[in-house]
Design a protein around this ligand. Structure first.
Ligand SMILES: *Cc1c(COP(=O)(O)O)cnc(C)c1O
Length: 421
């Protein structure tokens, strides 16, 4: 890099605190000038092809003109209005459309502004569901190893303890039961024995359906979810599917639980909900869950309400994103990406240090035995002109569904090249 970074970068950097970053030793963040399609243009003019769609959000690529126009139009009319006692067309239209799109009778939508908060709401909803039904003491959750549900306290408590850094926050975090996914008859039997003993303490079960994302792009079969649904039914637990990562086509179907033929009692959505343009999340309940809150008692109302919930700009973006899913062949694009990831990442198999290569929908992951110098690895990808962010032992791609075949080939090619070296 020859050009000096822009003045705003040098002046502002000492005041910013970056996510998951030991700021003393980390490479400084790269200043971005603009985005377009699958490209990130850095302040010094370099272009990176984005392999991860900004943490899995930008499913239609950046700056999609249709979403931009919808947000611009909404900006003229009403950027924001509070959602307590007031409501508006973008939110009600979005709620109606989500209810129609989601499997089963997932009909009642509670909007929030981030995935973690959508999970908090799901947990509170489940606990209060039992209280409203007059059942006391059902306040705990079963969650799964490898799972990730967010960074706020409740969400962290149902995240895999290693991922959630539980050791650091012991005393703050409520204790939950983090168990093995029921991948086969043996683990299913163990899970059932556990549930049978603890059922009267349990409010529900929370799972990322088909792919555990931040825990390492860990994939499981539909049968796992079907077992969970069966156990939840048998022991009357609420099944919460956190589709914040998997929702909106990422795993190949519109929703992973739908693909598995399972209707959760509560679902969480965020990430790609607005096509990667605005912060928005939703917690959606089935009719029987909502029914437990439909009473004459004020204290049986759902006790939550973020200031910026159902922000009209974000809802307009989400409605525009749903239009794109309807009008453009997104799931066929995911299928094509899946094929290309299979083929493009296949040469990684058998490379020294490569433990596994796995693909599901528009998710391709290469698991290494270990990454020695993650900082150097990240820098190499930038040198190759791609934005790929390895974490743990994983190098992965979750590109925009609109990515062109040659750009995708550059991404997989860069991974093969860097891992070979
Ligand atoms: C990203 C993610 C979250 C947290 O969402 P935030 O918007 O970062 O709070 C929760 N669950 C899953 C499965 C996620 O991938």
């Amino acid at each position: 890099m020859t050009r000096r970074p822009p003045a705003w970068f040098e002046a502002g950097l000492p005041h910013i605190w970056a996510p998951y970053t030991q700021m003393k030793i980390a490479a400084p963040p790269l200043p971005v000038a603009r985005t377009d399609g699958v490209r990130i243009t850095l302040a010094d003019g370099r272009e990176l092809i984005d392999g991860i769609a900004s943490w899995w959000t930008a499913c239609h690529g950046y700056n999609h003109p249709y979403i931009r126009a919808a947000v611009a139009k909404q900006l003229e009319v009403m950027p924001h209005v509070m959602f307590g006692g007031l409501t508006h067309e973008p939110a009600l239209t979005l709620a109606r459309r989500l209810a129609a799109l989601l499997p089963g009778d997932l009909n009642r939508v509670f909007f929030t502004d981030s995935g973690s908060v959508a999970v908090e709401v799901a947990l509170k909803m489940a606990v209060q569901y039992w209280l409203n039904k007059g059942v006391r003491g059902r306040t705990k959750f079963i969650a799964f190893k490898g799972g990730y549900h967010g960074d706020t306290t409740g969400a962290m408590s149902v995240t895999d303890p290693d991922e959630g850094m539980h050791k650091l926050f012991a005393g703050l975090l409520p204790e939950q039961y983090v168990l093995d996914l029921p991948r086969d008859d043996e683990t299913a039997a163990a899970l059932e024995r556990f549930i049978a003993v603890h059922a009267d303490k349990l409010a529900g079960v929370i799972v990322e359906p088909l792919v555990q994302g931040a825990g390492g792009m860990l994939m499981h079969e539909a049968a796992v979810l079907q077992r969970l649904r069966r156990l939840a039914d048998k022991y009357e637990l609420l099944l919460i599917c956190d589709e914040i990562f998997t929702g909106f086509g990422r795993t190949g179907a519109m929703f992973a639980s739908e693909d598995a033929g399972v209707v959760p009692d509560i679902m969480c959505l965020s990430k790609a909900l607005t096509g990667g343009t605005m912060a928005l999340a939703a917690t959606i309940a089935r009719d029987h869950v909502f029914a437990a809150f439909w009473t004459d008692k004020a204290d049986q109302a759902l006790m939550h309400g973020p200031t910026f919930m159902a922000n009209p700009l974000a809802c307009a973006a989400a409605n525009a994103s749903l239009d794109l899913f309807e009008e453009e062949p997104r799931l066929a694009q995911v299928e094509a990406i899946s094929q290309a990831l299979h083929e493009g990442l296949a040469p990684c198999r058998g490379l020294p240090g490569v433990k596994d290569v796995r693909v599901r929908g528009a998710i391709g992951a290469v698991e290494l035995t270990r990454i020695e110098d993650i900082k150097a690895l990240k820098a190499k990808f930038v040198e190759e002109g791609v934005w790929v962010r390895p974490f743990g032992n994983i190098v992965y791609l979750t590109p925009a569904f609109t990515i062109a075949a040659d750009d995708l080939a550059r991404l997989t090619g860069a991974i093969v090249k860097v891992l070979k070296a």
